[in-house]
Design a protein around this ligand. Structure first.
Ligand code: IMP
Ligand code: MG
Length: 171
């Protein structure tokens, strides 16, 4: 396997700062609940929340749908958030939007628990057809349909620690 640099660190930082401003403008000082999707969103979430001026409460949810580099098509919850989302505005922070299955499941999860509104902020959106026509409300990068790693994203739990985002080429 080979790593090919796709997005350098400086570009990630600039984009995350821009998105933080967009989120601040959108919520206009109103408190929101931020839910990070473990483990992939950790780096992105920490960098983003550092820049936000919007008052927040944050928690995490952990789900599993991938085995190695393939979606299994089924979502399993590994960790549930403790925060009460009823009648609150929720912002989900996810690393990557691929088939859209995970996010579609998560949006329903928080709506069923009484969230007033559920928004989605993702680091990377893959250009492809998604289930339930799911779209990100805030996104940093749109990429071709390749498997990527780094900045929190993994291949079988490896390579999350890379500061940049790379395409993982099978060769
Ligand atoms: P979805 O449910 O198909 O949208 O997949 C979402 C989840 O699959 C993400 O939260 C990632 O954990 C994982 N995933 C999808 N594509 C990639 C990738 O290119 N690199 C690393 N993880 C990925
Ligand atoms: Mg993930």
């Amino acid at each position: 396997m080979k790593l090919e640099l796709l997005i350098p660190e400086s570009e990630i930082i600039n984009k995350v700062n821009e998105i933080a401003e967009d989120i601040d403008k959108f919520f206009n000082g109103e408190k929101i609940i931020v839910i990070g999707v473990l483990k992939g969103a950790l780096f992105f979430m920490a960098d983003l929340l550092r820049r936000l001026k919007t008052p927040i409460l944050y928690d995490f949810i952990q789900v599993k749908s991938y085995e190695l580099a393939k979606s299994t098509g089924k979502i399993k919850i590994l960790k549930e958030p403790q925060v009460d989302v009823s009648d609150k505005r929720v912002l989900i922070i996810e690393d990557i939007l691929d088939t859209g299955l995970t996010v579609s499941y998560l949006k329903d999860y928080f709506k069923e628990r009484g969230a007033k509104e559920v928004y989605l902020c993702v680091l990377i959106v893959k250009k492809k057809v998604r289930v339930n026509a799911i779209e990100a409300d805030f996104k940093c990068f749109e990429i071709d349909d390749n498997f990527v790693v780094g900045y929190g994203l993994d291949y079988d739990e490896q390579l999350r620690e890379l500061k940049e985002i790379y395409i993982l080429r099978q060769c």
